[in-house]
Design a protein around this ligand. Structure first.
Ligand code: BGC
Length: 446
């Protein structure tokens, strides 16, 4: 990538977080129990027995966090709304105090000149709904739309664009197929209905958002899938993995049909009802949220059971999480989406991208996370190249504002632009924070 490319004028800059990862205050102001509150109590489920009970205490410290965002000069802030704060039992009675919190947050963002971009579901399902089958139950999609109506009734007038779901793929695979995230079910391919019901929930919620005249986005975890070799068996395996990870979600949303899953020996026929796909693809998305971390390399299966094997990507730097750093994978992904979906691809926003680093506060009070700066700079360059190749990318929200509760890893993986001392809740902006602030200011001055 020799040529210097720029991002377009009007490009939107943001940061991302999620409710259970930062809020804490899990028993406050009438919040109900979520699947994550239950999951963290399982011995061994989360590293070092960490929980999100306090997390970054953002519920009480949101003012300080909004001030940090104002200082960054952000256009937008992507956060998520905890369903169990709004409907503690997952359906029926709405908890006004839960909505009050999000109203306070939204109003302070607006006052700081930052546009809120809320995600309506980032994995913290009310436990009461999990007890009824969670996302394996079709009814959960209808409950989701009811909850979305309650949120829109309060905040719909002030928030122009909404993300329905975060990463339905990761939630299905980690939560329902492998059991390494809440709700901790290990159903392997029997988890597939959780994909369809989440998408149905998206479609129903999209109708509610449209009734309120709001823009509809969804954030998917997408990965460019590379075959380990040109051998036909590897190529076929890579196609199967691509269908599961990417197309299972983007095809119904953008084309109104499911991809061929025959390599997995499963069908969604019994789960998909007449009219569902029409609802899911609906009048279309206003934007596709893309969460990108790394590419995936796939070979023919080495074990029976699944039609592919994951192959380690060699030769790339690795994050503290041991994820390979391949910035060009983001360009490849974006250009690939445009090639696959053509005019059906709506404008894209990068709704997550970032890396974990074993950051420490030095004795002089600074956090030198050069690794993160290089990571972010490389990926923004990849976005600029995708734009130069004709992909309509409107914004970039880095993951994450704060070090936070990284799911099954607890507090052991730090993704923030701001370091958090989880003993004292002290926030320390890292070198990447100043770098991002200056980058945003320089871009605006172009
Ligand atoms: C999720 C975030 C998570 C991040 C890093 C994404 O899959 O949406 O909640 O913290 O990746 O693992």
């Amino acid at each position: 990538m020799a040529k210097k490319v720029e991002l377009p004028a009007g490009f939107r800059w943001g940061v991302s977080t999620a409710s259970y990862q930062i809020e804490g205050a899990v028993e406050e102001d009438g919040r109900g129990r979520s699947v994550w509150d239950a999951f963290v109590e399982r011995p061994g489920a989360v590293k070092d027995g960490h929980t999100g009970r306090v997390a970054c205490d953002h519920y009480h410290r949101y003012g300080e966090d909004v001030a940090l965002m104002r200082e960054l000069g952000l256009d937008g802030y992507r956060f998520s709304i905890a369903w169990p704060r709004v409907q503690p039992g997952g359906s029926g009675a709405v908890n006004a105090a839960g909505l009050d919190f999000y109203e306070r947050l939204v109003d302070s963002l607006l006052e700081a000149g930052i546009t809120p971009l809320p995600t309506l579901f980032h994995w913290d399902l009310p436990q009461a709904l999990e007890d009824e089958g969670g996302w394996l139950a079709r009814d959960t999609a209808y409950r989701f739309a009811e909850y979305v109506s309650a949120v829109l009734g309060r905040l719909g007038d002030r928030v122009p664009a909404w993300i329905t779901l975060n990463e339905p793929f990761v939630h299905m695979v980690y939560g329902y197929a492998m059991g390494i995230h809440a709700p901790g079910r290990a159903l392997m391919l029997d988890a597939l209905p959780a994909a369809h019901h989440q998408l149905l929930g998206h479609g129903l919620a999209a109708s509610v958002l449209r009734e309120h005249g709001r823009e509809v986005l969804i954030a998917n975890n997408l990965t460019p899938v590379q075959a380990a070799s040109e051998a036909e068996a590897d190529v076929v395996a890579a196609e199967a993995y691509d269908a599961l990870h990417n197309r299972l979600f983007t095809d119904p949303l953008l084309l109104g049909r499911y991809p061929d899953l025959s390599a997995f020996g499963v069908e969604l026929d019994g789960v998909v009802r007449d009219g569902d796909l029409k609802l899911i693809s609906g009048p279309g998305l206003d934007g596709l949220g893309v969460n990108y971390y790394n590419p995936t390399r796939i070979s023919a299966p080495t074990d029976p059971g699944l039609p592919f094997s994951d192959v380690r990507i060699e030769g790339a730097p690795r994050t503290a999480f041991d994820w390979p750093v391949v910035p060009d994978g983001l360009r490849e992904l974006l250009v690939g989406l445009r090639e696959r979906y053509g005019a059906a691809l709506p404008p894209v926003t990068i709704t997550e991208n970032g890396c974990s680093v074993a950051d420490e506060v030095a004795p002089d009070g600074t956090v030198d996370d050069r690794f993160r700066i290089d990571y972010l700079a490389g990926h923004l360059d990849a976005v600029a190249h995708a734009v130069a190749e004709g992909v309509d990318v409107r914004g970039y929200y880095t993951w994450s504002l704060l070090d936070n509760f990284e799911w099954a890893e607890g507090f052991n993986q730090r993704f923030g632009l701001v370091h958090v001392d989880f003993e004292t809740q002290r926030r320390t902006p890292k070198a990447s924070y100043a770098w991002y602030r200056d980058l945003i200011a320089a871009h605006r001055a172009l």
